[in-house]
Design a protein around this ligand. Structure first.
Ligand SMILES: CC(C)(COP(=O)(O)OP(=O)(O)OC[C@H]1O[C@@H](n2cnc3c(N)ncnc32)[C@H](O)[C@@H]1OP(=O)(O)O)[C@@H](O)C(=O)NCCC(=O)NCCS
Length: 149
């Protein structure tokens, strides 16, 4: 049984079969600041191997949150969005509440995310700036989807 929450005409669901890859790719490739130009097949592969939470107005995909996780110890949150026309009415907060309540994400040792400016969306859920940033290391390739032939 898929994990689902309902509110008015809106649904949050972890059902992979409901994900609209075209709509998600359109947002990420053309309207996100972090994945501009991402190829469709990369989006599809990422969705396939993640715990994804679609946000729907009836059947229309209007948002997403993606957890890359082993469902035991660790999760990395990414690709969180709500389509512009639906923003500012609590759907982003509700989506994130539903994500954090998912049974497969209970009891993890570590959760990570990276954000430019949405810290206040995540802070009430328990996320903080790294307390020991010197312990974190990374490889970042922000230009990876740009200038692809
Ligand atoms: C971030 C986003 C998902 C929020 O969705 P939303 O449905 O508008 O959010 P809500 O209406 O539930 O409100 C979100 C809360 O987070 C706060 N917030 C903090 N930073 C924010 C930001 N950069 N954008 C939107 N809200 C932000 C809002 O002020 C609001 O709190 P309030 O109700 O106390 O004012 C949406 O604005 C979006 O898709 N933005 C573009 C993509 C993006 O930046 N994603 C986050 C990547 S980390």
């Amino acid at each position: 049984m898929p994990y689902e929450h309902h509110r008015d005409t809106f649904t949050v669901s972890d059902d992979p079969a409901r994900l609209d890859v075209e709509a998600i790719h359109d947002f990420l490739a053309h309207h996100s600041y972090w994945a501009e130009g991402i190829p469709r097949e990369v989006v599809a592969r990422g969705l396939e191997h993640s715990l994804c939470f679609g946000l729907y107005d009836a059947t229309r995909q209007i948002g997403l949150a993606r957890m890359i996780t082993d469902r035991a110890t660790f999760a990395y949150l990414c690709d969180v969005y709500v389509l512009e026309e639906y923003r500012g009415r609590g759907l982003g907060k509700w989506l994130m509440d539903c994500v954090m309540a998912h049974p497969d994400l209970h009891g993890l040792r570590r959760l990570h995310l990276v954000t430019w400016d949405a810290h206040e969306l995540y802070r009430p859920l328990g996320f903080t700036e790294p307390t020991q940033p010197g312990r974190h290391m990374e490889i970042v390739r922000p230009e990876i989807y740009k200038n692809r032939s």
